[in-house]
Design a binder for this molecule. Structure first.
Ligand code: DC
Length: 216
């Protein structure tokens, strides 16, 4: 049966781990839509393109040889036939991704490719605007949040760096993602809002799985 579950929220709110685990329990596809922005940001960075040059980046999206693949555990990005998934997750690339994702035409260009992730097996999609823009018709919408200190702590553990270093970047990125004019990070109408600060991964997934079982 085809269905879409969207999980939006700020950086390091637990979206990726939660959505991946939920997709396994539901036996459906999973996509981390941030990988589209991160991947293009990687190419922008590699080619020394100005991250505010909307025209150049849009042309690049159309012309460059890139592809996103949905594995069960990782949303992979390929550029020129090379798997650059690890590189696109670096903090530096995340910051460029946040910049280019504020460009209207860049978002428009990537929208169709994101929508094509849906198929008859069902889809869990995570990002910033999945419930508001990419899949406004989604059967289940979720918004995850967490205290900024807890989020920075999580990212720091993943990357083996100090939480203070992350916190600074994270605040900037949250502001950029929330204040942009096009598809800003916001709670979709009708979304289930969950604060993950005091919850384990399993607790969050259990709650969401229950919600999905009741609705789908
Ligand atoms: O979730 P993430 O950290 O991988 O996302 C990287 C950047 O991509 C994030 O700062 C904002 C942007 N993004 C977006 O604008 N819309 C999405 N649906 C997903 C990510």
């Amino acid at each position: 049966m085809s269905f879409v579950v969207t999980i939006d929220g700020p950086a390091a709110s637990g979206k990726t781990s939660v959505s991946r685990e939920l997709s396994k329990r539901l036996g459906c596809r999973w996509v981390s839509t941030g990988v589209f922005y991160r991947g293009i940001a990687y190419v922008v960075h590699k080619r020394n393109i100005d991250p505010t040059d909307e025209k150049k980046i849009t042309d690049l999206i159309r012309a460059a040889d890139w592809d996103v693949q949905m594995d069960v555990d990782t949303t992979r990005f390929f550029y020129d036939g090379q798997d650059v998934t690890v590189e696109v997750h670096k903090e530096e690339i995340g910051n460029v991704a946040s910049k280019i994702s504020s460009l209207k035409l860049v978002r428009k260009e990537l929208l169709e490719a994101q929508r094509e992730c849906e198929n008859s097996r069902g889809l869990v999609a995570e990002g910033r605007d999945c419930g508001t823009v990419v899949f406004p018709q989604a059967e289940v919408k979720v918004y995850l949040t967490a205290r900024s200190e807890d989020r920075a702590q999580r990212r720091a553990q993943e990357q083996g760096v100090k939480a203070e270093e992350i916190l600074e970047h994270q605040k900037k990125r949250d502001a950029q993602d929330s204040d942009r004019k096009v598809a800003p990070l916001q709670i979709p109408t009708g979304a289930h809002v969950i604060d993950t600060s005091a919850l384990s991964l399993d607790e969050v997934v259990d709650r969401l799985h229950k919600i999905c079982q009741d609705i789908l």
